[in-house]
Design a protein around this ligand. Structure first.
Ligand SMILES: NC(=O)C1=CN([C@@H]2O[C@H](COP(=O)(O)OP(=O)(O)OC[C@H]3O[C@@H](n4cnc5c(N)ncnc54)[C@H](OP(=O)(O)O)[C@@H]3O)[C@@H](O)[C@H]2O)C=CC1
Ligand SMILES: O=C(O)CCC(=O)C(=O)O
Length: 424
């Protein structure tokens, strides 16, 4: 392992989030970080993979691979979603788990960061197979997760039902009720009001604060949303209900565009009835690539990573990018957008509403005391606005990207926790 500071920072063996490497390099310099501080942030604390057999509907047994990365727990038990995707790798999850640690520090909730999942295409599984795969993964993981160790939640291609199977399998193993083992549950089994749409709503609070700062107002604001799952669909719905023109949306197969604004409730009905966006009447069909460079004021990536890259960053027409997905913008693209004065509201701030209400769910489970919607909405808004109002002045004063401003703040908080624990 290289021992020179710069060599170490650029070494391939360094595990610091590659997704924001350039910002990280400039923070190392700005905060004049010591080698031991860089190392502590560079290193996932626990990172493991499990292989397990599952009996498929055909009667044959198939082996699956699951991963979990618990990146940093200096500020509390680790927290983060479970993703089911055929291209999932442990290296990639390390990046996402790092972002979780940063996100929790940014909104000042007492958690570290984790992320995990299974290498699987859920569209190829029956419901029974999905349940057996989930339960088998949790049997392998049960010693390493817990309400005060590591608390999973939904992410791409996992939902409330998957969270119930996680909770139920964990409870069978432990022989007691432990609803606080997982968040994102349905209301009937200890879920929290608002959690279903909190990622999208938290992002909308931040977007409106940014529009206000930039003086962008009026009925001409056009919005494009990539991804039409939990996050993208709810973002489109909330923005439509608030009177914004949502002109383009997409899912994994295609996109649709209507420059006058899409009828979002009708799009939601169409997607839930047909399973896709294709053939929606009164709209032009576009590709996911075309959506990214479509004529809009606000672009909302709400699907997978690396959607805005070196190839298309110069062609983005939006004035604001609200990153509801994790890591949708490559590090190089972020620099191009900064140069073009496009405001990129980073994932660690924009999509933090999800984990904030997960934190509220965890508290409610531990206390067996459930809160009304108004209370949660008020507390969510306060958390999101406090984070925005702390990050925005740093971004303005230091003339850096908003991502760098947010990362810097969180890193100082994580290092403070490490110092207080005597690790530095
Ligand atoms: N759920 C949460 O609370 C949080 C989620 N996030 C992030 O938000 C993003 C979306 O998560 P979530 O909505 O929960 O996931 P979902 O599984 O609910 O939805 C994913 C959506 O992305 C679409 N999609 C999948 N692959 C592609 C692709 N290659 N190109 C374009 N669209 C694609 C899917 O299409 P189709 O419908 O056709 O399958 C689907 O509409 C992720 O980056 C996640 O990490 C961040 C914070 C919290
Ligand atoms: O709700 C949570 O605990 C985590 C959500 C998540 O995975 C994320 O914010 O990326």
């Amino acid at each position: 392992m290289p021992n020179n500071k710069l060599e170490r920072i650029h070494s391939d063996s360094a595990s610091t989030c590659k997704l924001c490497q350039m910002e990280m390099d400039s923070i190392h310099e700005r905060l004049d970080m010591k080698m031991e501080e860089i190392d502590i942030l560079d290193t996932p604390r626990r990172s493991f993979s499990v292989h397990f057999p599952v009996r498929m509907d055909s009667g044959k047994t198939k082996m699956f691979i699951g991963h979990r990365v618990q990146y940093n727990d200096a500020r509390g038990p680790t927290k983060g979603g479970i993703r089911y995707h055929p291209e999932l790798t442990v290296e990639y999850l390390q990046n996402l788990a790092f972002l979780m640690a940063i996100k929790c520090a940014l909104v000042e909730i007492p958690f570290g960061g984790a992320k995990g999942g299974i290498v699987v295409n859920t569209k190829e599984l029956s419901r029974g197979e999905l349940e057996r795969v989930t339960r088998a993964y949790i049997r392998e993981m049960s010693d390493y997760i817990g309400p005060f160790k590591d608390i999973p939640a939904p992410d791409v291609y996992t939902d409330e039902q998957v969270m119930v199977w996680i909770m139920d399998e964990f409870e069978r193993i432990k022989g007691e009720h432990v609803p606080s083992i997982v968040t994102g549950k349905p209301l009937a089994l200890g879920g929290s009001k608002v959690r279903k749409y909190s990622t999208a709503l938290g992002g909308v609070y931040i977007l409106e604060a940014a529009l206000n700062e930039l003086g962008i107002t009026g009925s001409d604001i056009k919005i494009a949303v990539q991804g039409f799952g939990n996050v993208g669909k709810n973002a489109a719905r909330i923005l439509h209900e608030k009177g914004y023109k949502v002109c383009a949306v997409s899912d994994s197969t295609s996109g649709i565009l209507n420059e006058k604004g899409l009828d979002i409730p009708a799009v939601i009905e169409h997607k839930s009835r047909t399973g896709h966006l294709m053939d929606f009447p009164d709209a032009k069909e576009i590709t996911n690539k075309e959506l990214i460079t479509s004529d809009c004021t606000v672009l909302i990536p709400a699907a997978l990573s690396d959607q805005i890259d070196l190839e298309n960053a110069n062609n983005v027409k939006a004035q604001i990018i609200l990153e509801l997905a994790n890591a949708p913008t490559s590090s190089e693209a972020s620099q191009i957008l900064l140069g073009r004065s496009v405001l990129v509201i980073p994932d660690i701030l924009a999509n933090a509403g999800g984990v904030v209400v997960s934190y509220f769910e965890w508290i409610q489970n531990l206390n067996q005391d459930y809160w009304e919607e108004e209370k949660i909405l008020e507390k969510l808004r306060k958390k999101m606005m406090t984070a925005f109002e702390t990050v925005y002045p740093i971004y303005c004063e230091e003339k850096c990207s908003m991502r760098r401003a947010a990362l810097q703040l969180s890193i100082e908080r994580i290092l403070e926790a490490e110092r207080l624990r005597g690790n530095l």
